[in-house]
Every structure is written in structure tokens, then in C-alpha cells.
Write a protein that binds this ligand. Structure first.
Ligand SMILES: [Fe+2]
Length: 294
């Protein structure tokens, strides 16, 4: 080393640092899919302004509805064991009763829903039965070709169904409903089903871009989505979205968290599992206790 010219020594040091950084990032990306964040998400009624605005997370008083929401299981590449998710569910329910568990779609990878993935949902369903909490869900783009409407996915599909609750805070009627996903190949943005005008409406739909296809008459006060995985492997300049995905909202920095837009409050979860590779970076798996203040 002593005899190396200074220029070569500096190059060697820089190359070593680059390799060490790459190894560190790879190790972290392998670790991150094993970490589970249980977030508490407050959603308040949105203003009518167009454009997306991050919603202030502060809320006070009693929520009208309390949901346990998770999405993007991709159970064949999910490093979060169902037992951990169930523990989070039980702890959430013990701290204050949950009204429902809602799944936001994407059961498996590779557009094939198999038994292993379904057994994950079966365990969640069994836990819900044990706790006496209803389990609802919608399909994601990866569930294309698999019919979730007949109970085979162990949740009650809320596509074209309306589940009524009474707000714990105001006594108002709250309607939970859903839209399934057509799959990406032949994308169709299904119409938002009609709900009574005088209720508070909560829509579960896998792809947050659906909000860009709402019509003026659609009544969606709150919306629960996933799909983006928060980029799954975050890169500089949002390259993961620019190169790998055609989704629209990330181009406006609407990627994860709570936003409001034109009368709708939207929550986008980072999801639980991984797409294609068992790696996540800057996008820790998430399940959420969603408190709707209405
Ligand atoms: Fe997904």
C-alpha cells in the first residue's frame, strides 16, 4: 500500500467505500421486509379544494369508525409472518374495539393466487372470527383472474356491497364499500357505486390512481388504498416510479400517508409483502389502525 501512487490509493479508497455502501444497502434491503410498523392513522373530512394536500395527522375526540387496514400481502414473498400481523391486530383490538378488518388487495405475486397465500388470509380470518370482528376486502391487480367474491379468499368481498356502521362519535350512518381491480393488463377503472347522500362513505380500492377517475357525482368521503408499496425500493429522484411503474399519483409525490383531494380523504399504505424480490428499502412494511373522524 505504501508504494501505491497517491491517485491510485484515493481511487482504491473510493471504490472500497462504494462497495461497502452497496453491501450495507443490500443488507438493509434484505432486513427491512422483516420489520413491521403498526401505524395509527387519523383521517378527517377533506376540504373541497382540487390538488393533493398532505393531511395534518392531528385529530382529537372519539373516532366514528376504527378499522384495521392492511394491503399488498404478496404472501409468497412476505417476510412478515401471519402470527405477527395477528398479534398487531389483537393488540389494536385490546386497546380499543375495532369495527372491522379491511384487506386492500394483492394476495399473491405473479398473478397466480395459490394455497400458501390463501392460508395466510385464512389465519387472519380465523383471528377475526375469534375476536368477533368482520373481515372485508377487495382484490388487487395481482389477483386478476381470481374471484374473491365467493369467500375463497377468506374475507367478505365488498365489491358492489355496502356495509353499514353507526359512527361512534356522531351517530351518523357510515357506509363501507369497495371496488375490485381489473388487473393492469387490460386496465378498466370501474365506476364508483352509488351510496346514499346522507351517509359518510368509506371506499376500499386497491389502486390509489382510481381517485383520478372519480366523476363529479361520486360520493367518496374516505378512501383506503395500497398498491404503490411506497416504491418498495426507494431510489434517488423517484426512479423506481419513473422507470418501473406507470402510476400517476407518485408523479405528484402522492405515494404514502394521508392526503385530501376534492372532498375525499385518501390513505395509501406501504403494504406488507414484496413484489418480485424479497427486498424493501425506505418502505418498511405497514399495517394500520385507521381512525375515521366523522
Ligand atoms: Fe402490491
Amino acid at each position: 500500500m505504501k508504494d501505491l501512487p497517491t491517485g491510485m490509493l484515493i481511487t482504491l479508497i473510493i471504490l472500497t467505500l462504494i462497495v461497502l455502501t452497496a453491501v450495507f444497502l443490500l443488507i438493509w434491503a434484505l432486513i427491512e421486509p422483516h420489520i413491521l410498523e403498526v401505524s395509527t392513522v387519523s383521517m378527517r373530512p377533506a376540504g373541497k379544494e382540487p390538488g393533493f394536500k398532505k393531511q395534518d395527522p392531528q385529530a382529537s375526540g372519539r373516532p366514528g369508525l376504527r378499522l384495521f387496514f392492511f394491503s399488498d400481502l404478496h404472501a409468497d414473498i412476505c417476510l412478515i409472518k401471519p402470527e405477527r400481523l395477528i398479534r398487531a391486530l389483537k393488540e389494536a383490538h385490546a386497546s380499543a374495539p375495532l369495527d372491522a378488518v379491511v384487506f386492500g388487495g394483492d394476495i399473491c405475486n405473479n398473478y397466480q393466487v395459490n394455497k400458501k397465500c390463501l392460508s395466510y388470509l385464512q389465519k387472519i380470518s380465523d383471528a377475526c372470527s375469534e375476536l368477533n370482528i368482520p373481515f372485508y376486502g377487495v382484490s388487487g391487480n395481482h389477483d386478476f383472474g381470481f374471484d374473491v367474491s365467493d369467500g375463497k379468499a377468506f374475507f367478505d368481498s365488498i365489491e358492489d356491497k355496502q356495509i353499514s356502521f353507526t359512527s361512534h362519535a356522531t351517530g351518523r350512518k357510515i357506509v363501507l364499500f369497495g371496488i375490485d381491480d381489473s388487473g393492469r393488463k387490460h386496465r378498466v377503472w370501474y365506476k364508483v357505486p352509488e351510496v346514499p347522500e346522507d351517509c359518510v362513505s368509506v371506499l376500499a380500492v386497491h389502486n390509489p390512481d382510481a381517485i383520478l377517475h372519480f366523476e363529479e357525482k361520486d360520493h367518496v368521503d374516505f378512501m383506503l388504498s395500497g398498491h404503490f408499496h411506497a416504491g418498495q425500493i426507494k431510489m434517488p429522484f423517484k426512479l423506481e416510479f419513473l422507470v418501473l411503474r406507470a402510476d400517476k399519483l407518485p408523479q405528484s409525490n402522492v405515494i404514502e400517508g394521508v392526503f385530501e383531494h376534492n372532498g375525499t380523504t385518501l390513505f395509501i399504505t406501504r403494504g406488507v409483502g414484496c413484489n418480485k424480490l424479497p427486498l424493501r428499502f425506505g418502505a418498511v412494511p405497514e399495517v394500520s389502525v385507521v381512525e375515521i373522524f366523522a
